[in-house]
Design a binder for this molecule. Structure first.
Ligand SMILES: C[S@@+](CC[C@H](N)C(=O)[O-])C[C@H]1O[C@@H](n2cnc3c(N)ncnc32)[C@H](O)[C@@H]1O
Length: 239
């Protein structure tokens, strides 16, 4: 349901600088991108054996990831409260994953992440840049995505959203459905929340937790950030 990750692979692989030999993916999900980045890293320095790790709070996701690639260190852990026995030169956290954490959780996560990134190492992540005017108009049955199927009609994800300005919490309901079956077509329904974090808040948390922002992009095409950018994509150095 989450769609392809080509533009994420493209952006985050640009951080695989020569000589890099360790990488950790925070909120790695099913490990799809972690494995792609690990393969790129191995191809880049075939004589080395890069260390790669992936962390996710969902045991089911880590189960899928372990089956996908056993020679990566996979761990079930909450980003706002974890530790690892080893440190890494590069940490990535992609696809709005940090929006699953509230303001306190975000700061706690940055602290935990800083503790496992080597001094002088790099931490990069992307989240949305909140457009509060857009968010405050509730959506009902909006077509969020279509999912193509071989030899079959595409499935749809229809979404309802509701935004609470005071808490900055966006509540989302997704319905996966087969439009060809009309009212019988509902296949799955899921609800989740996404906290909206403003750039000033994110930057103050990063500064407090030992990161310096080296670059702030506004989208995965590496365009510079401005206040109407769709995304906030940080590349930070661990002080
Ligand atoms: C939008 S998915 C992104 C997955 C992966 N980064 C990707 O691009 O395919 C968000 C992931 O974050 C995980 N997640 C949510 N809250 C988390 C937390 N507090 N600690 C660790 N992982 C979390 C979810 O289980 C989910 O796999």
């Amino acid at each position: 349901m989450m769609g392809d990750r080509d533009e994420y692979v493209q952006f985050y692989s640009s951080l695989l600088s020569p000589g890099l030999d360790s990488l950790v993916d925070f909120g790695c999900g099913s490990g799809l991108v972690t494995v792609e980045l690990a393969n790129l890293l191995r191809r880049q320095s075939p004589s080395e054996c890069p260390r790669v790790a992936g962390i996710d709070v969902a045991p089911g996701m880590i189960g899928v990831a372990s089956a996908r690639c056993p020679n990566i260190t996979w761990k079930v852990a909450d980003l706002s409260n974890f530790n690892l026995s080893e440190r890494y030169q590069l940490g990535v956290c992609m696809y709005n994953t940090l929006q699953h954490l509230d303001a306190d959780g975000l700061e706690a996560a940055f602290r935990c992440i800083r503790a496992v990134i080597e001094d002088g190492g790099v931490f990069s992540f992307d989240i949305y840049n909140p457009n509060r005017e857009y968010l405050s108009a509730p959506q009902c049955n909006r077509l969020a995505r279509t999912i193509s199927r071989v030899n079959d009609t595409p499935l749809e994800i229809r979404e309802d959203t509701e935004f609470d300005q005071e808490s900055s919490l966006l509540s989302i309901t997704w319905r996966l459905l087969d439009p060809a079956l009309e009212s019988q077509g509902l296949m799955r329904k899921t609800q989740f929340t996404m906290w909206q974090h403003d750039p000033t808040f994110v930057q103050s948390c990063l500064a407090k937790t030992g990161f310096s922002v080296s670059h702030l992009y506004g989208d995965l095409d590496a365009s510079n950030f401005n206040k109407s950018s769709r995304k906030q994509i940080y590349v930070c150095h661990a002080d």
